[in-house]
Design a binder for this molecule. Structure first.
Ligand code: GAP
Length: 508
């Protein structure tokens, strides 16, 4: 697997991602998505929305604003405690994120360490500023929220949201009043989030502006141990790394969802169901299961709102890291907003004829950029035999679904025929036209940006009205009548084998 810096170079070279405002020197933690990047990112979000909202009867969506009344963030606890530990050099003022600094220097796990313990470690191991070698001041909590002012009034402080989740809680009353949802149900949202990270790093893994795809799943308090959908995933295998396994320095272990629940490793069937659902979402889009695991937070690592948290982790080139957080937030957020706003956010329960505050049994919270990195790392293949990179993205995620080539560019009748083929497909798929260089070069260029199938129009096409379709992953080629090309391409993109869809031809 390539390392993360090589991925950054590749993404820039091919037009997926650039450092933001690079002509002015860029800005750490901010990125711009280029022509291919925006397509891949949109396809990731569309695939997430389809699986989490459109394909389900129990989830609806919203799109809230980035800046809200700042009281939202007081109630949620972010103003008070959304901090990372900061180490500052007493001489040159160099600042670094304490846990990452200690991890890098001492290769020890620092998840959730309190400030006092950080200071003890720094003193015990005589850790010094890496810029000037001086001592650090005592570690401090640094709030990650970006502040701004709203309107021309001084002191009208507001915040760029550090997560999309709170907007879902703040809008809970309006959503439940205007939709026909009955518990259990979920409210989903995809949108930007901002964190003033102390040290953004590892390309798009840790940025200051990113997007989240989040879902708050609400359940009646007396139903937290009853998940009607569990059966679907009981036999599903996950690599599990519980808090106990971490404490006992054991290895993560493969087990079925049923076993993890039976042994009390995963506490609620809802948590188990959503962990498997999210794992299956990644696996269904081409991520190898052996590179995914679920890891339970240690007690000291849990956020202030969480009863139990599991992360879906991916084995990145820089180690196992969180791609998705799945916390059991209980009724913490709704109750906080009830208390701070003075509004009734409870629901009337027909069965018990009483008002209840639902429990958020699980909040699958996924960063779009981290998913982007995972899909790119999984897709990237340096094919030595072909002599080019092959980006094996799942066809649903691929920026371009196909490309149309006239075999040669200097034969007007061939170009005319190829243009007809191109125009017939363009309204249905995101495709492009390429007539420059040899066909071999055009295939290589298409492989490198993940085009699942290329279509070549040749001299035989003028006689028999058929075209050659070539698979990115296998280089296999088949001959297909132009009249059925649209349905053949649709079938191929949805997973059918190319040799089932046309007459095999010798690949060249
Ligand atoms: N609402 C819960 C929440 O925001 P989180 O674990 O802080 O939980 C959820 O964030 C997800 O958002 C992470 O798993 C990650 O995918 C993404 N994320 C968080 N901080 C990020 C950052 N600085 N850069 C890129 N993605 C980030």
């Amino acid at each position: 697997m390539i390392n993360i810096d090589e991925l950054a170079v590749f993404c820039k070279k091919k037009g997926f991602i650039y450092p933001s405002s690079e002509i002015y020197g860029g800005m750490a933690g901010f990125f711009d998505f280029g022509p291919l990047g925006v397509e891949l990112k949109n396809n990731i979000k569309a695939a997430w929305w389809k699986a989490h909202v459109h394909d389900r009867d129990d989830v609806t969506g919203i799109d809230g604003s980035i800046i809200t009344n700042p009281k939202v963030w007081v109630a949620s606890g972010h103003v008070g405690s959304f901090t990372d530990a900061l180490l500052e050099c007493s001489k040159c003022g160099f600042k670094t994120r304490a846990d990452h600094f200690i991890e890098d220097k001492l290769h020890m796990d620092t998840a959730g360490l309190p400030l006092k313990q950080i200071d003890e470690i720094v003193r015990h191991h005589k850790l010094k500023c890496e810029k000037c070698g001086s001592q650090f001041r005592d570690a401090e909590g640094f709030n990650l929220m970006f502040q701004t002012n709203v309107g021309p009034i001084a002191g009208s402080v507001a915040y760029l949201r550090p997560e999309t989740a709170q907007v879902i809680f703040a809008d809970f009353r309006q959503v439940t009043d205007t939709s026909r949802l009955k518990l259990p149900f979920g409210i989903a949202q995809v949108g930007r989030a901002f964190r003033n990270e102390i040290s953004p790093r590892d390309f798009i893994f840790r940025c200051r502006e990113f997007e989240q795809m989040e879902l708050e799943y609400f359940v009646r308090p007396d139903q937290v141990h009853k998940c009607p959908y569990l059966e679907e995933f009981k036999a599903y295998e996950l690599m599990v790394y519980s808090a106990e396994m971490q404490e006992k320095k054991q290895e993560a272990r493969n087990m079925s969802v049923g076993e993890a629940l039976h042994k009390g490793i995963i506490k609620t069937p809802w948590h188990a169901y959503w962990l498997a659902f999210e794992h299956a979402w990644f696996a269904g889009l081409g991520v190898r299961p052996e590179r995914l695991r679920i890891r339970q937070h240690l007690n000291e690592e849990k956020s202030h709102y969480a009863l139990d948290t599991w992360d879906l982790e991916y084995n990145f080139p820089f180690g196992w890291k969180e791609v998705q957080g799945m916390a059991n937030r209980t009724d913490f957020d709704l109750k906080q907003h009830i208390r701070h706003s003075g509004k009734d956010l409870s629901l009337y329960d027909e069965d018990s004829k009483s008002k209840i505050v639902p429990q958020v049994v699980v909040e699958p919270s996924q960063g779009v950029e981290r998913a982007f990195a995972v899909f790119m790392l999984e897709a990237y293949h340096d094919d030595k035999k072909r002599g080019n990179i092959v980006l094996k993205l799942n066809p649903r995620l691929a920026p371009f679904k196909s490309a149309v080539f006239p075999l040669v560019a200097n034969k007007p009748e061939l170009v005319k025929k190829a243009r007809e083929v191109y125009s017939s497909l363009k309204p249905h798929f995101n495709i492009y036209w390429d007539q420059s260089g040899s066909v071999g070069r055009r295939y290589a260029r298409a492989d490198e940006i993940g085009v699942p199938a290329c279509i070549t129009v040749d001299f035989d096409s003028l006689e028999d009205d058929s075209v050659t379709v070539r698979s990115r992953d296998t280089t296999e080629q088949v001959r297909v009548p132009a009249s059925i090309l649209q349905s053949v391409l649709a079938d191929f993109l949805s997973g059918r084998e190319l040799n089932e869809l046309g007459k095999a031809v010798k690949s060249g």
